[in-house]
Design a protein around this ligand. Structure first.
Ligand code: PLP
Length: 397
């Protein structure tokens, strides 16, 4: 019988028309991962909290195996892994834990490039009088301004929040340096590895970060799964209002997340090489086809599957609507309701409005082929060029 017969025998195929180039927003579940999830739901349905019988024991051992797999990918300790519903919940838990671990308002330093999940949590804590926020500035490539970081560390900080790679422009951060400097100043660190996980090496054994977070749906796992990995978090947790009762674990989702991490461990490096080549050829093709196209971010230190461009004179909402049903890409800064907002990251990079208003985020993924890249380049370029032509004379480019 075929290895993935269960999923292949179901009429399951990704729906939605056109090419999918929005892998920073979410990834399709890998059929091998889906197979694990379905098997766990049907075959291993026991309650992992109720280990009084064989069904509960098997479910609990699936959760333990998943901790091993997450820990293996990050070179962390399995006991340091807690499962969450995704990165946002892991961030909220980490910041709440840090608040409960410090006296007085928590002094949080946040890079201007952080995801809204970090920024909103910190600002809410500040509004509640539980935190005080300072900002680490970024430069035109979205790299951290190390001088501003040094200044904040000197002033005194309890928790530094820096992502390992940016979800909009793909800039990769020197996490080792940032964590080391924070440790020297006695500050804890929260590393949002949501976009980098499995794509860039991350060795928590060596890094010494206090909290690291990841999300299943960015690595071909199910939505509603994620993890907080922390050597200081109390994983049997009694803090805040959490009592002794623990919610019943989402065993199928947790097992699928663990397997998604294992696939990243086995295939992530090769995928990084393959996708960065495809990304480079997409970039070259688009630059050929679109006059004056600007590539944003740090072209040297960049996520392998990320391409972020601006085409001044072609407002991105109009370009996206031309591409609807043909190629799915995004601006990268849509809020929870899906509404587009000017990106706080591009603003902090100091980009001109013409670049911000025309920015497009393109994310390649596991199933992207060279043929997809060529077709996407042609569709995206004609959408931009058509929009520019139709608007020329209407707006000043
Ligand atoms: N952090 C980063 C860098 C992200 O890209 C995202 C999602 O886009 C999140 C956090 C939030 O992740 P989740 O959807 O798992 O809550």
């Amino acid at each position: 019988m075929n290895e993935h017969a269960l999923v292949q025998n179901l009429p399951l195929r990704p729906k939605g028309t056109g090419l999918y180039f929005d892998h920073h927003a979410t990834t399709p579940v890998d059929p091998r991962v889906a197979e694990v999830a379905v098997r766990m739901m049907v075959e291993e349905f026991g309650n992992a909290n109720g280990v009084e019988n064989i069904h509960g024991e098997r479910a609990a051992s699936a959760v333990a195996q998943s901790k091993d797999r997450v820990a293996q990918l990050l070179r962390a300790e399995p006991d340091d892994v807690s499962f969450t519903s995704g990165s946002t919940e892991a961030i909220q838990l980490a910041i709440a834990h840090s608040i409960s671990n410090h006296r007085g308002p928590l002094r949080i330093a946040i890079s201007r490039a952080e995801h809204k999940a970090v920024i909103d949590t910190a600002l809410r804590a500040e509004r509640l009088g539980l935190a005080h926020t300072s900002w680490i500035e970024i430069d035109a490539k979205a790299q951290l301004d190390l001088e501003s970081y040094r200044r904040i560390l000197k002033e005194g900080v309890d928790l530094v929040c820096v992502m390992s790679a940016n979800n909009e422009v793909g800039t990769v951060y020197p996490i080792d340096t940032i964590v080391r400097k924070a440790n020297v100043h006695g500050a804890d660190t929260l590393v949002d590895a949501t976009q980098a996980i499995g794509r860039l090496p991350l060795n928590l054994g060596e890094l010494g970060a206090s909290y690291v977070i990841l999300s299943g749906h960015k690595i071909y796992g199910p939505k509603g799964t994620g993890a907080l990995i922390s050597p200081i978090f109390d994983h049997s947790s009694v803090f805040g209002l959490q009592g002794a009762h623990h919610p019943t674990p989402n065993v199928s989702g947790i097992a699928a997340l663990g397997f998604a991490c294992e696939l990243m461990e086995l295939e992530g490096e090769a995928e990084t090489v393959r996708l960065s080549k495809l990304r480079d050829s997409l970039q070259d093709r688009l630059c050929e086809l679109v006059p004056g196209l600007i590539v944003n971010g740090d072209e040297v230190n960049r996520l392998p599957h990320n391409l972020h461009v601006s085409a001044p004179g072609a407002p991105n909402d109009v370009v996206l609507s031309r591409l609807r049903g043909k190629v799915s890409i995004s601006t990268g800064s849509a809020c929870n309701t899906g509404a587009q907002e000017p990106s706080h990251v591009l603003r902090a990079m100091g980009l001109p409005n013409s670049q911000i208003e025309s920015c497009l985020r393109i994310g390649l993924g596991r199933t992207t082929t060279a043929d997809d890249v060529e077709r996407a380049a042609i569709e995206i370029a004609s959408a931009i060029n058509d929009v520019r032509n139709s608007l020329s004379g209407v707006i000043d480019v």
